[in-house]
Design a protein around this ligand. Structure first.
Ligand SMILES: [Zn+2]
Length: 74
């Protein structure tokens, strides 16, 4: 009888360990952190900062997509 209780105790202990393990796994996962946050780039012509997706690359330099909004800084 004591053996069965011991086995139950061990099983319970293992269950607790696994529960804690999976809980830790979940909490370790980054909570939808914006790791893919867009890099901000500065326009080489007007100096305006914008997300990378809104800039176009011209000869290694980033410039505004829309030339009408891209004006030389005074
Ligand atoms: Zn610009």
């Amino acid at each position: 009888m004591a053996r069965i209780l011991l086995l139950l105790a061990i099983g319970f202990f293992i269950w607790l360990l696994f529960r804690g393990f999976f809980k830790a796994q979940v909490s370790d996962a980054p909570p939808t952190e914006p790791t893919e946050a867009e890099n901000m780039v500065a326009c080489a012509r007007c100096g305006v900062n914008m997300p990378r997706s809104e800039a176009k690359q011209e000869g290694g330099k980033f410039t505004c997509l829309d030339p009408s909004t891209c004006k030389h800084a005074p």
